[in-house]
Design a protein around this ligand. Structure first.
Ligand code: 6GU
Length: 251
């Protein structure tokens, strides 16, 4: 028995899309790609068009009530969902859409701890709302901007999940994870050369004083969070007491 063998039933992602050739895409590279080849997670991209029933293989139709664009048909989407769920029925069904609830690290952690996800990528103007509701889909957005389709958002969600799976990243990752879990943006990093183009590395980082380094990094993280992300800072201040808060926030 070798210690390196991954569990028999890895975390499984199924992606329902009109563009299955977009997967694994960037997830076939780097850490996620190596983990995929090692069987630490699985990915199947399912072509929604394969579930069309008419002879023109149509997947969409014009919006009821009028307006621009096309809407994915509920019958075709439902059949694609059924096929995906057959290979792992206990996974959450997530539809990527700019009108969804915002994806955050807490949601990512929840997905990563489960058996996997089924991701439905929207295209055109949208998806018939009846199948979203009938299937109890969770509508998720990756930010306040509009993509031409849900595929890049699915890749983002999967990348965030996969890096949390056991054995995907080295030990270095877990500490960093905690720093975001603490609700602060990360402090800045430096390496050699200590002088570059007349720019010095902050001397405290070369002092060898670990307590001073920790304090400086925390101050930087708090300053960045306060100025760049007042929304995160407001939540952090109320929810996360810390041993250094009294000193750092004194000003
Ligand atoms: Cl999940 N989909 C699309 N099409 N646009 C988005 C998005 C998702 N999240 C932010 N913008």
């Amino acid at each position: 028995m070798t210690a390196a063998s991954p569990p028999p039933s890895p975390w499984q992602a199924s992606v329902l899309t009109l563009f299955p050739e977009m997967f694994p895409g960037p997830l076939g590279q780097s850490l996620a790609g190596r983990a995929l080849r090692e069987g630490r997670w699985g990915l199947d991209a399912i072509d929604i068009r394969g579930f069309a029933t008419d002879r023109h293989r149509s997947v969409d139709d014009t919006p009821c009530g009028g307006g621009a664009g096309m809407v994915l048909r509920p019958d075709v989407v439902d059949a694609a969902c059924a096929a995906a769920l057959a290979a792992g029925p206990d996974r959450p069904l997530v539809v990527l859409t700019p009108r969804g609830v915002p994806l955050d690290q807490r949601m990512v952690r929840g997905f990563a701890e489960g058996p996997g996800v089924v991701l439905l990528c929207g295209r055109f103007e949208g998806i018939d709302q009846r199948v979203i509701e009938a299937r109890g889909m969770l509508e998720v957005s990756i930010g306040d901007y509009v993509l031409s389709g849900g595929e890049p958002a699915a890749l983002v969600l999967l990348d965030a999940c996969v890096r949390l799976l056991p054995g995907v990243m080295g030990a270095a990752a877990s500490g960093e994870e905690e720093s975001f879990s603490a609700g602060l943006l990360e402090y800045p990093h430096y390496t050699r050369p200590t002088q570059w183009n007349g720019l010095a590395v902050p001397p405290v980082l070369l002092s060898g004083n670990h307590a001073e380094v920790a304090r400086w990094r925390r101050e930087q993280a708090e300053m960045l969070t306060r100025t760049r992300r007042p929304d995160l800072w407001a939540r952090h201040g109320s929810a996360t007491p810390h041993a250094l808060d009294g000193q750092v926030n004194a000003a």
